[in-house]
Design a protein around this ligand. Sequence first.
Ligand code: TXA
Ligand code: MG
Length: 370
Amino acid sequence: MRETDSVAGVSPQTAQLLPIPPDRIDHAAIDRAAAVIRQGGLVAFPTETVYGLGCNALDDDAVQRVFAAKGRPADDPIIVHVLEDWPLSRVMTPGSGARTIGVLMDGFWPGPLTIVGDRAPGIPDSVTGGLSTVAVRCPAHPVARALLRAAGVPIAAPSANRFSYVSPTSAEHVLADLGDRCDIVIDSGRTDHGIESTVVTIDGDDIIVLRHGAVTNEELIRAVADQGLRVAELPSHHDRSGTSPGMLARHYSPSSRTLAVTPGLPYLRPPLETLTASHVFYLGYEDRLPKLPPDWQFVSLGRLDDLAGIAFNLYDTLRQLDAPATDDVLLVELTAVLGLGRAIDDRITRAAAGQILTATGKLTAVLRAR
Ligand code: TXA
Ligand code: MG
């Protein structure tokens, strides 16, 4: 269940809601939000992926308040947002990775690609969780860009949700989670991608994907192949805790009991978790309709021929169906397709804390500690 009580280090307050439509930017409102950032305050703002909870990345106290507001462990580093025409050396020391980082910046910035490299001296420990590296991205969203331009400082921002809960794709989501824990929430409507940025790190000529996201492996490969660079993934047995501490088995996760489901099961017999459930919601796809027990409710996440639409809907649908303190069960079908499907399936699996119903003639829950 989600906490609603006050938390040590967080003084309850009511955020000011600032509507800023992306196609009609109110620069006076942006200036107000930018002033709050410069003064060490917390501003929730839209990016093209999800909403972020932003503060001045160079202000250690402000960064610590972001961690406290989210309830995020101090060893889980956050992303620093910059503009593409600022010197990267302000936040990162690219060193031997400079050529590869340059290729990625040219190909994907502004956009939903986060690049991990050695951190610049000005970046406080609190941002990087004590690591020698920093994660940097340049957002494409016009409101995020206007805020960065007006603030004139790099903005550190994790997703604007309570730690381990579903990421926010609208200002309503942010208000529900953090409305009493930040100074300003900018409302620019729903975010475009609905799923977070792709996080990569560099190892020689290898670009290693630490978190699948809005930029697909296929897009990365297409952009770098003729530069003699390769796209690789961490081997699945690799201990990710050192390289990307945020990649937890349970993350992006609703309060209701959530299980991932392998597609194409020969028949769906109710798994144990659903026998006593008041409601069982089955989140699937209109172009791959399953046969369900009559008392389960089918909820469409979209069509598999429109993966961007599924990514756009996923978090919003999980939040709408989530019913804390009930015995409802959410079953979410994996797409099992490549491209954006990798990121979608990664989030579904983490929302389910790694519990997947698989077809082995009958349904089996692959249980891991939640
Ligand atoms: O789309 C996004 O990336 C959004 C928007 C707001 O920009 N932000 C976001 O932040 O998703 P957050 O904090 O929810 O996720 C950041 C991810 C985590 O998995 C974290 O572990 C990883 O980036 N990360 C941050 N710094 C890192 C570092 N130095 N090395 C490796 N991974 C890092
Ligand atoms: Mg997050």
